[in-house]
Design a protein around this ligand. Sequence first.
Ligand code: NAP
Ligand code: ZN
Length: 349
Amino acid sequence: MYTNIKALGTDSSTNPLKKVTIKRRGLLPDDVEMKILYCGICHSDLHQIKNDFGGTHYPVVPGHEIVGKVTAVGANVTKFKVGDHAAVGCIVDSCGECPACARDLEQFCDNGTTLSFNTPDKHLGGMTYGGFSQTYVCRENYMLNMPNFDDMAAAAPLLCAGITVYSPLKHWQAGPGKVVGILGIGGLGHVAIRIAKAMGAHVVVLTTSPEKVEDAQRLGAHEAILTSDAEQMKAHAGKIDLIIDTVSATHDVNAYLKLLAIDGAVVLVGLPVEPISIGAFNVIKGRRSFAGSNIGGIKETQEMLEFCAHHKITADVEIIDADKVNEAFERLEKGDVKYRFVIDMSTLK
Ligand code: NAP
Ligand code: ZN
């Protein structure tokens, strides 16, 4: 049993996205179906379309920052009812039994996390299809309750950008007395500024873009450094406790390791395609760490949504119609977005 729905997808790394028809499974007893209202466009969607990491299966339908309204629930569902606002992020299933799942770290499931798109679909065969589409169906335990936000479109990016920065900020204990650098002010970075500030940290923006230095204060940062300015970089050497590195392209992390205080860490969440090289003295001096982090589990994603609703944190979004999706990807690639595109899915007809 399945339903045919409309989606935006592509059959190769070089072809533009176009309207396609895909299948969603019929409801199983613990499934929830939502009508998608909004879906954010993350740089990971762009990496996947371009097959940057070699793992893309075509046709691919991206989208993993999904907010919608529940339209149907399976017989055993207790956490959702028709009409509720709900959300889907990157994770839509996992084994639920391995040590990682037992620790609410479904993103590291030993038996393979099912992601919202481009991973094997256990029910329909083929690969999963993402949120650039009219509906989503997944098990209730992998769907998030969407708290009340004034602007649901602006809250959609929290489902990936939000959790991807919230999780390492919490793990590395951003908070009062800590100086936190946010490197790369795109979709992830601008939300990271707001979350780190709400956690009580002193927030320093690290950007290659002069206009983002200008915008840093409005976004909530306490200081901003233009990373091409050697004087400013030198003045901050050894002063930052934690740097969340969201840069999507090749960059020299050594320049940022030098900014760390004793026991500081640079935590990579960005996905540059090229391997990274680190100078030994940039980590042995000051007992510094270079680490990484990958989205966050379902429980922590729900916690992040409640945190952001409480602190009134959302993204700065440019809402687009479905037929502007290719233009949006071209602009995202050039860094021409302040700071996240969100597709109004009601325009996909
Ligand atoms: P984005 O909106 O394109 O932002 C990336 C930012 O990186 C840009 O705004 C720019 O900031 C900086 N940047 C880009 N090219 C650069 C270059 N050549 N040198 C220096 N800085 C550069 O992307 P996003 O959606 O925030 O995603 C960021 C990265 O995180 C992507 O690689 C994405 O795939 C990855 N990601 C990872 C996870 C995870 O779980 N680990 C989750 C989501 C996304 P400035 O203008 O401020 O310099
Ligand atoms: Zn993402």
